[in-house]
Every structure is written in structure tokens, then in C-alpha cells.
Design a protein around this ligand. Sequence first.
Ligand SMILES: Nc1ncnc2c1ncn2[C@@H]1O[C@H](COP(=O)(O)OP(=O)(O)OP(=O)(O)O)[C@@H](O)[C@H]1O
Length: 259
Amino acid sequence: MIKGTNITYSHKNFPILNEINLTVEFGEFLAIVGPNGAGKSTLLSVLANEISIVNPKDVLFKEKEFKQWNLKDLAHNKAKFSQHNPAEITLVVKDVVMMGRYPYFHSTPSQVDFLAVDESMSETDVTHLKDREYNTLSGGEKQRVHLARVLAQLKNDIHQKLMFLDEPLNNLDVKHQYKALQTLKDFTKKENSAIVVMHDLNLAAQFADRILLMKNGKVVSHGKPEEVFEEKTISDTYNFPCAICKHPLTKNPMIIFGN
Ligand SMILES: Nc1ncnc2c1ncn2[C@@H]1O[C@H](COP(=O)(O)OP(=O)(O)OP(=O)(O)O)[C@@H](O)[C@H]1O
């Protein structure tokens, strides 16, 4: 689906990413984790073609460089949920979600676009807010509106799509964190893929197929949750003690930080 080879990136001579290799397969949910400043968001931006790298051949999406893609096709095949959105958007909620459909129509949305918006608002539980001014929403509600917008962008008949999400769980309460992750899991079960930057290691262990653990712009470990979530690796990477046991219900690794 997407392949990164020796991805190296510096900003004004400040090295941020150092020879990162990764492959995300069709149907895979990859969680990128690691301490603050590890380079997670930068890596996601490089993979999503938001930041240019010296050698564009280092990132191949569906075996093509991004510059080989038609922009409209690209917008139908991949979407990104960003950590930072404009503070002010003077639209009502359903129109913000409709922004995700802009790659599909010129001036007037079709029934298909309205349906995609309705479905996405239902998936992130914002249907009851659809006529509210976006600017009056709470932080978590705004976050769910943007998630709906990104989901709406990829509602089409194309197979094997890719969603990038940078800390999508910020500001969400527990129920909505689980609902968002379940929606992403359902998306990946249909041969689509998701690359998600997240801080909650236990949620990553529960939902991700594979984990990419980063520190100082490098990959520390990459593999299944039970391979990556190992006591010494995690406490060394975060420079904080932890214990790891099996979750009593899910049997996934459960990380408990602190002494
Ligand atoms: N435009 C920039 N100019 C200078 N330094 C930058 C720039 N962008 C990122 N950095 C630095 O690169 C490093 C990686 O940043 P990045 O945002 O990718 O980390 P992160 O792992 O996503 O962190 P966090 O968990 O705090 O969101 C940080 O030290 C950051 O300060």
C-alpha cells in the first residue's frame, strides 16, 4: 500500500527523521507511537505527501511516487486528519463535513455526497450537531466533525484506500475514543489501511495490527503489539518505568506506567 525507504528529513540542518523504513500493507492498521518530539507527526506528513523530501522515490503509494498521481485520484485514495485545524470556520457542521466531498463535485453536491456526509456524521456521532455553528462546538465535538470530514472524503467505490490520522483521539471522551478506533478498524477490515499517530499505548495495543515505536527521529521497534511492547524497550524509550502484563479481557499487552 505504502512503502518508505530510508526516509531522512531535516529542517534547516536540524535532523528530524533518520533513515526510516516501513511498509504498510492493505488492510493494516499501523499505530505510530513514541515520546514527544520523536518525529511521529513529521513522518506522517512525509508519508502523506505534505512535506517534500530530497528523494521523492523514497515514498511509494500503491507503487507510484506521489508526483505520478493525478491530484483528484489521490484525494479519492488517501486522506489525512491533522492535529491542527483552523481555529475559526464560519460554517455549520454539515458544511464542514461536506468539505471532505470537495474532490467530488464542482459547485453542487450530489445525493451521493449528501449520503456520504450523513453516514460520516453518524459514524462520529455528530448528526445531532449538524446545523450548529462549528465555532460554537466544544474541543471534542470539533475533533469529531473533522474526523467525519476525513471519513466523508474516502467514501467511494475505490479499493484499498489509506487514511493518515495525527492524534485523532485528542479531546475525545472514552466512549468516543473507542467509537473512533472501531470506525477505523472497520475501515481497515475492508482492505483499506490506516496510519495513526497516537499516545495511548494500551489503545494502540488493542486496535493496531502493527506498531512503529520511534525516538529521536529513528525507529526503535516495529512489529506486532506483543513484539514491540516489551518492558525494557518501552521504559528505555520513554525514560520512565513501566510494567507490562496481559489485558485480562482482550489478552493484548497492557502497559502500566510508574513504579
Ligand atoms: N518546522 C520545524 N522547525 C524546527 N523544528 C521542527 C519543525 N518541525 C518539527 N520540528 C522538530 O522536530 C522534532 C519532531 O517533531 P514532531 O512534531 O514530528 O514530533 P512528534 O513525535 O509528533 O511529537 P509530539 O508527540 O510532541 O506531537 C521535534 O523536536 C520538533 O521540535
